[in-house]
Design a protein around this ligand. Structure first.
Ligand SMILES: *[C@@H]1O[C@H](CO)[C@@H](O)[C@H](O)[C@H]1NC(C)=O
Ligand SMILES: *[C@@H]1O[C@H](CO)[C@@H](O)[C@H](O)[C@H]1NC(C)=O
Ligand SMILES: *[C@@H]1O[C@H](CO)[C@@H](O)[C@H](O)[C@H]1NC(C)=O
Ligand SMILES: *[C@@H]1O[C@H](CO)[C@@H](O)[C@H](O)[C@H]1NC(C)=O
Ligand SMILES: *[C@@H]1O[C@H](CO)[C@@H](O)[C@H](O)[C@H]1NC(C)=O
Ligand SMILES: *[C@@H]1O[C@H](CO)[C@@H](O)[C@H](O)[C@H]1NC(C)=O
Ligand SMILES: *[C@@H]1O[C@H](CO)[C@@H](O)[C@H](O)[C@H]1NC(C)=O
Length: 280
């Protein structure tokens, strides 16, 4: 039978073990930072061959030296970009991104973690993660980056054609867009029988030049050439009167919405993303 002394001894030991466990937990939480901060990304679209921006913002922190920005990409080992201690740290950068990335260093203090990506390639499309640590906590948000090519069309009178014709030309599109002509006089007219659209592969073998000719046009009517693919939509208008030619054009990106992430969980292992469908 245990003596009173033994019972008291083991009780004290148990209390010490429980207290120690609690202290370890508290310290652990303190170090890992249970606080999560709000990180917001915005769907971004890159135009192949040009420079792009992957947009990300976070709750600002006055202490720049405490801010860590990490950009990662699904299916890519290492980092896309890292910024810490007030400067870039590219020691773990994947070589695909070498020399092509930059954060706006003077904007980091106000909560701008956006990444500039030079010379966007088709293969830069994918899911990116903007991961932030500040003295207040940490957070991350994902961003779907879409890539393709889009350009504003130019419409001219095609003096070469046998009838009165307009020629709509846009230098760079990818994936292959649809081209539809409309008339403001009768918006429901289907011009597919009196127009001819062709696509010509550009020298880099990805983007294509779009040319569409509309035959038998009428003076004083406004015609529109609409070029659209999965990422962008562009319109060119033309009106020829007895005295002048009026033109107008417009380009808009489709599906640009903000996505918000407040979760602080962080999955390092990502499945490889297959681009083969996209490249087909
Ligand atoms: C971040 O700063 C850059 C450079 O000033 C700016 O172009 C970009 O729009 C900013 N991004 C956000 C999300 O505020
Ligand atoms: C116009 O026609 C000439 C001769 O038929 C041809 O060489 C030229 O490429 C044409 N121009 C356009 C813009 O179609
Ligand atoms: C226009 O007509 C063509 C066939 O002549 C058809 O394939 C196309 O879908 C029509 N477009 C519209 C917008 O109705
Ligand atoms: C344009 O109009 C002329 C005369 O009405 C006609 O002969 C020709 O076939 C038309 N062209 C097209 C492409 O419809
Ligand atoms: C469209 O253009 C192509 C090449 O320029 C030509 O071969 C074809 O006959 C044209 N089709 C029509 C309907 O004008
Ligand atoms: C584009 O394709 C053609 C023929 O397939 C090839 O000769 C050329 O080298 C390619 N150009 C580039 C930039 O890959
Ligand atoms: C085009 O419109 C102008 C001004 O509205 C008018 O004077 C002219 O006669 C019209 N031309 C045609 C071919 O309808």
């Amino acid at each position: 039978m245990a003596s009173l002394g033994q019972i008291i001894f083991w009780s004290i030991i148990s209390v010490i073990i429980i207290l120690a466990g609690a202290i370890v937990l508290i310290i652990g939480f303190g170090i890992s930072g249970t606080h999560s901060i709000t990180v917001t990304t915005f769907t971004s679209t890159g135009n192949i061959g040009e420079d792009g921006i992957l947009s990300c913002t976070f709750e600002p922190d006055i202490k720049l030296s405490d801010i860590v920005i990490q950009w990662l990409k699904e299916g890519v080992m290492g980092l896309v970009h890292e910024f810490k201690d007030g400067k870039d740290d590219l020691s773990e950068q994947n070589k695909v991104f070498r020399g092509r990335t930059a954060v706006f260093a003077d904007q980091v203090r106000v909560g701008n973690a956006s990444l500039r990506l030079k010379n966007v390639q088709l293969t830069d499309a994918g899911t990116y993660k903007c991961y932030i640590i500040t003295s207040k906590g940490k957070g991350n948000a994902n961003l779907e980056y879409k890539t393709g090519a889009f350009s504003i069309p130019e419409i001219n009178v095609d003096y070469n054609a046998s009838s009165e014709s307009f020629r709509c030309e846009a230098p760079r599109w990818f994936p292959q867009p649809t081209v539809v002509w409309t008339s403001q006089v009768d918006p429901r007219t289907n011009f597919s029988g009196v127009s001819n659209t062709s696509f010509e592969l550009n020298s880099e073998n990805v983007t294509m030049k779009v040319v569409s000719v509309l035959y038998n046009v009428t003076v004083n009517h406004t015609y529109s050439c609409m070029i659209e693919n999965s990422i962008a939509k562009a319109t060119g208008d033309i009106k020829v009167t007895d005295s002048e030619i009026k033109r107008r054009s417009h380009l808009e990106l489709l599906d640009s919405k903000a996505s918000l992430g407040v979760s602080s969980s962080f999955a390092v292992s990502w499945a490889l993303l297959s681009l083969s469908l996209y490249l087909k």
